[in-house]
Design a binder for this molecule. Structure first.
Ligand SMILES: *[C@@H]1O[C@H](CO)[C@@H](O)[C@H](O)[C@H]1NC(C)=O
Ligand SMILES: *[C@@H]1O[C@H](CO)[C@@H](O)[C@H](O)[C@H]1NC(C)=O
Ligand SMILES: *[C@@H]1O[C@H](CO)[C@@H](O)[C@H](O)[C@H]1NC(C)=O
Ligand SMILES: *[C@@H]1O[C@H](CO)[C@@H](O)[C@H](O)[C@H]1NC(C)=O
Ligand SMILES: *[C@@H]1O[C@H](CO)[C@@H](O)[C@H](O)[C@H]1NC(C)=O
Ligand SMILES: *[C@@H]1O[C@H](CO)[C@@H](O)[C@H](O)[C@H]1NC(C)=O
Ligand SMILES: *[C@@H]1O[C@H](CO)[C@@H](O)[C@H](O)[C@H]1NC(C)=O
Length: 440
């Protein structure tokens, strides 16, 4: 709580408003509700209204169903997804479904700001995937000419993880999957390098992005962070960091440490990972903005004061209960970042430890195995295309190494230089050709 107060000047909080859903006018064609079972695999008859959007204007009978998997947050319009570029060429249907417990897709009696732990129990990976299975089954049944259409599922980031899981767990329902920057490694709360090597590589990746972007700015960031690190060690931050100008400065070293973690993980990581040419949630070219602001900054405080980000409650539950994806890291010597680590649990769990699932403390290897995401397991999944971007320090680390094959059904994973986290999710209407040649 104190941390959030301390950071209030650094944040712009639009999440709370958006969490309730986008205005109806945001969707063309209009969005509608699908009556979905709350507990798949049960006959309890309980349903909820799940928002979806459907565009059949390009559909030619037999064409594919291009299904964009909803991710955490309110459903984004399908016109903002790359499948809207494919539909005219393929004669396909484009459809998307809001992730349960986001936007307006809350079960009866629950809401974006007020859902109890017991009410969250239907928020499981299995139910999330079954929502998509039920929805595409309904599309095939109700749209004339779509009965034998192949379904290709796509998703970005966590949605890319879901698309991967959909292809692995429901291969007969989803003919192929396009997973854009899916986090497929670095799971679990464990804090040792033996248990979670990827977690410890994040800062090195970030450091390289900054050194490559501008060495002078990188050096200023390194010095500012080491100044903050030093004052934490010496318990002198309130005076040493007075020009940081926080509304409520932290009072203890652990809070300053939390602030350091927040500064590092939520500013520098996000500004590189989401280094878009255009996106609705981030400014254009955040990495260049950070570099420019850093070059101009005169004090440590000015260097460290850069925009921050937050996420909502249902996402907190998911990232604690069954998608414990961790980016907290310790940095080795000579990197940009101080050698710190917060050895407690994953940030997603916050104070609500009762959300933690049975596998919470498993090692990274166990998580990767549970999700069938080892290189060997992924190599057996056909028609799965995984793309990653070189600016993306968390999702791209530990990306799968798949064997190459001349068989066109064989899956593959590619790393795109100069691309941000799921940046290739944008269609040409949003990101015209030539603006970011690396994405074309
Ligand atoms: C869908 O259902 C939710 C919850 O019942 C409701 O708030 C929302 O307005 C509905 N949306 C549409 C487009 O019908
Ligand atoms: C939150 O849920 C509780 C229990 O269902 C209810 O009493 C309370 O009025 C709700 N608060 C809001 C703001 O919806
Ligand atoms: C996933 O892995 C488990 C155990 O490793 C295995 O039993 C299961 O068949 C796998 N599922 C798929 C769809 O590959
Ligand atoms: C950063 O500064 C350079 C050089 O002054 C300028 O060309 C560029 O437009 C700036 N970029 C941003 C995002 O402000
Ligand atoms: C985290 O653990 C490592 C080794 O286990 C230790 O050296 C380090 O001081 C710990 N960091 C914190 C903040 O407790
Ligand atoms: C995870 O491990 C920590 C430290 O051993 C323990 O306090 C916590 O209860 C464990 N959580 C779960 C969900 O098992
Ligand atoms: C790819 O898979 C489809 C469906 O199983 C099959 O019809 C096709 O022959 C396969 N193509 C190749 C090159 O193996």
């Amino acid at each position: 709580m104190r941390l959030f107060q301390a950071l209030c000047l650094l944040t712009g909080d639009t999440t709370a408003v958006l969490a309730q859903g986008l205005p109806p006018g945001a969707y063309t064609p209009p969005a509608a509700n699908f009556t979905q079972k709350l507990n798949h695999g049960s006959n309890d008859g309980i349903t909820f209204q799940q928002l979806y959007q459907l565009d059949t204007s390009n559909f030619k009978p037999g064409g594919p169903i291009l299904f964009h998997q909803g991710e955490e947050g309110p459903m984004k319009p399908i016109a903002s997804k790359v499948f809207s570029d494919y539909a005219p060429k393929l004669g396909g249907i484009v459809a998307t479904l809001e992730h349960r417990f986001f936007g307006t897709s809350y079960p009866h009696g629950t809401s974006w700001d007020n859902t109890t732990t017991a009410q969250y129990s239907p928020l499981t990976l299995d139910n999330v995937l079954q929502d998509s299975v039920a929805f595409v089954k309904w599309l095939k049944k109700t749209i004339p000419g779509a009965g034998s259409s192949k379904v290709i599922i796509s998703g970005g980031s966590y949605g890319g993880f879901l698309a991967t899981q959909a292809r692995i767990r429901h291969p007969d329902k989803f003919y192929g999957a396009l997973a854009l920057s899916p986090p497929l490694t670095s799971f679990g709360a464990s804090a040792t390098i033996e248990d979670n090597p990827y977690k410890f590589a994040v800062q090195d990746w970030m450091a390289n992005v900054f050194w490559d972007a501008n060495a002078e700015a990188a050096l200023k960031i390194k010095n500012a962070l080491s100044g903050l690190w030093d004052c934490i060690q010496a318990s002198t931050c309130p005076t040493a960091m007075s020009e940081f100008d926080l509304c409520t400065p932290p009072t203890s070293s652990i809070d300053w440490l939390m602030l350091l973690q927040s500064v590092i993980m939520n500013q520098y990581r996000l500004m590189t990972q989401y280094n878009f040419g255009s996106d609705d949630t981030y400014p254009a070219n955040p990495l260049a903005l950070v570099v420019n602001a850093t070059l101009k900054a005169r004090t440590t405080g000015q260097v460290l004061r850069i925009k921050n980000d937050r996420t909502g409650t249902s996402w907190g539950y998911i990232s604690c209960a069954w998608f414990v994806q961790s980016a907290v890291a310790t940095s080795p010597d000579n990197s940009l970042f101080p050698p710190f680590s917060i050895n407690s649990s994953v940030t997603g769990c916050g104070q609500i430890t009762e959300w933690a699932g049975y596998s919470y403390n498993q090692t990274n290897a166990e998580w990767v195995d549970n999700f069938n995401l080892t290189d060997k397991a992924l190599d057996r999944v056909s028609r799965l295309l995984i793309t990653h971007g070189s600016y993306d320090s968390t999702a791209a680390i530990g990306m799968p190494h798949l064997t190459s094959s001349s068989n066109r059904n064989h899956s593959c994973a590619i790393l795109v230089t100069g691309m941000a986290h799921r940046e290739n999710q944008s269609p040409e209407a949003v990101l015209p050709r030539g603006v970011r040649p690396q994405v074309d």
